[in-house]
Design a protein around this ligand. Structure first.
Ligand code: B16
Ligand code: MG
Length: 219
């Protein structure tokens, strides 16, 4: 039986990618690295420090900064990101998500947040949806980030369910890879070619419903 739904946040519950992009783009500009929207795609679902590492490698700056300097750069990016997201309101919840959360609550299924973002609790507060979730996995508590399965396995555990009793919802290729590595069925939102590893790809969050999740999980 399907018992729990494991939700990615950025790109599934709300679209913060544009704010991550602006913050990385400006930090990149300071470092002399051009972060464009195409490169930003590769940072989706990737942790803050790993995103910085990728930007540094991309700019040929892989060995230029010490660990402490990299931490300071991450803090700078995050401070800017936090400024940008303060304007978020419940109107920024992606279409179909609120009705789905209502359906899950009524059907007694668990909803868990399995996001790489350390800002997830604050974002859920801004969106006023925190109460719909039975738990938020702390990404700092898992050994390896997406595409490793750790965060989704931790999500299943938090729900008190076996991986096979869950379904994961993701928008990033690294996230779909992580769900599948955890042996959990995956629904992806976005480009069917990029997200080909998923069990089902939907163009939009408005196509999500408990019936679609159940149907995908049963196949
Ligand atoms: P933070 P998700 C991910 O969230 C974002 O897609 C990714 O772009 C970001 O770098 C990562 O969270 C870390 O976010 O800097 O807020 O800790 O898609 O896994 O919900
Ligand atoms: Mg995402």
């Amino acid at each position: 039986m399907l018992k729990a739904v494991l939700f990615d946040l950025d790109g599934v519950i709300t679209d913060t990618a544009k704010f991550h992009f602006l913050a990385w783009r400006d930090l990149g500009a300071e470092l002399g690295v051009t972060v464009d929207e195409a490169f930003n795609e590769e940072l989706k679902g990737v942790s803050r420090i790993d995103s910085l590492e990728r930007i540094l490698v991309f700019g040929g700056l892989a060995d230029k900064y010490s660990t402490a300097e990299k931490e300071a750069l991450c803090t700078k990016k995050n401070d800017h990101y936090l400024e940008l997201i303060q304007e978020m309101t419940p109107a920024d919840i992606l279409p179909g998500i609120l009705p789905l959360l209502e359906e899950l609550r009524e059907a007694g299924l668990k909803a868990i947040v399995t996001s790489a973002s350390k800002n997830a609790p604050g974002i859920l507060e801004l969106l006023q949806v925190k109460d719909y979730f039975d738990g938020i996995v702390d990404p700092a508590s898992v050994a390896a980030g997406k595409p490793a399965p750790d965060i989704f396995l931790a999500g299943a555990e938090l729900a008190g369910a076996k991986p096979a009793e869950c379904i994961g919802v993701e928008d990033a290729a690294s996230g779909v890879e992580a769900i599948k590595a955890a042996h959990i069925p995956a629904i992806a939102i976005g480009d069917a070619e990029v997200l080909a590893q998923a069990d089902r790809v939907l163009a939009d969050t408005s196509d999500l419903s408990l019936a679609v999740l159940r149907d995908t999980w049963e196949k």
